[in-house]
Design a protein around this ligand. Structure first.
Ligand SMILES: [Zn+2]
Length: 230
């Protein structure tokens, strides 16, 4: 008797699986349709609009939160560091390097290079470069001159590439996350370099919101060197 019950169980199970299997193509057909749409969207995003997020004036007490948020989102950015802000934040700079961000020079004391003698300008750049080298083992090649003011011909003396920006978030003056996000979304186009500052809580929050929203709009993120020299 037990054997008969078992045979029926097997038959019922087989029948159930068969009916289930016959229904699967219908369902998976819909699913496949969904996947195709998703794949198309992913492809256009990879081919799509590249943009670079850059952060000046750090590292600060808010930088770690930004790094953690970028890591979670698998996004690389560029950080132009002030030499005078590095002492005591070595671990943050290490994490920056480990996470694959580009580290650039923003002078040691945040000086306007165009107003300095060539000797003093070179000292400011070299001192910041040395502070970065002591932690990362690499001298930065890219420099964001404070106030966007480069000293003419200086790149020949310090072998550095100045990087300016095409979208100004005005985050330092706005200090209001929704307003920063709105402004950057309004102004950003393919190929832009966005200027932000990782020394305000509002900027860090805005930057992470911007990453999410710009990705939704088909942008992907590169570091400044990839934007300048693809
Ligand atoms: Zn600055």
């Amino acid at each position: 008797m037990k054997k008969v019950v078992c045979v029926w169980c097997v038959l019922l199970l087989f029948a159930g699986l068969t009916v289930g299997w016959m229904k699967v193509p219908e369902m998976s057909g819909e699913k496949r349709g969904g996947i195709i749409i998703q794949t198309t969207a992913e492809t256009s995003q990879q081919e799509g609009k590249k943009v670079a997020l850059t952060f000046d004036d750090g590292p600060s007490c808010y930088t770690k939160k930004l790094l953690d948020g970028l890591k979670k989102r698998k996004v690389h950015a560029t950080f132009f560091l002030q030499g005078q802000c590095i002492a005591g934040r070595e671990a943050v700079v290490k994490q920056m390097q480990k996470d694959g961000h580009l580290i650039g020079n923003h002078t040691f004391h945040h000086v306007q290079l165009s107003l300095l003698s060539e000797q003093k300008a070179i000292y400011e750049i070299t001192a910041a470069g040395n502070a970065i080298y002591e932690i990362t083992g690499t001298y930065p090649l890219y420099i964001r001159p404070p106030f966007g003011e480069w000293k003419e011909g200086l790149e020949l003396r310090v072998s550095m590439i100045p990087v300016l920006w095409s979208v100004d978030s005005c985050d330092w003056s706005l200090q209001n996350t929704p307003q920063i996000v709105k402004r950057v979304l309004r102004d950003t186009r393919e190929g832009d370099i966005i200027l932000m500052h990782d020394c305000y809580a509002t900027s860090v929050e805005a930057a992470l919101q911007l990453v999410d929203e710009l990705e939704r709009r088909g942008f992907y993120f590169v570091t400044a060197d990839e934007m300048i020299d693809p």
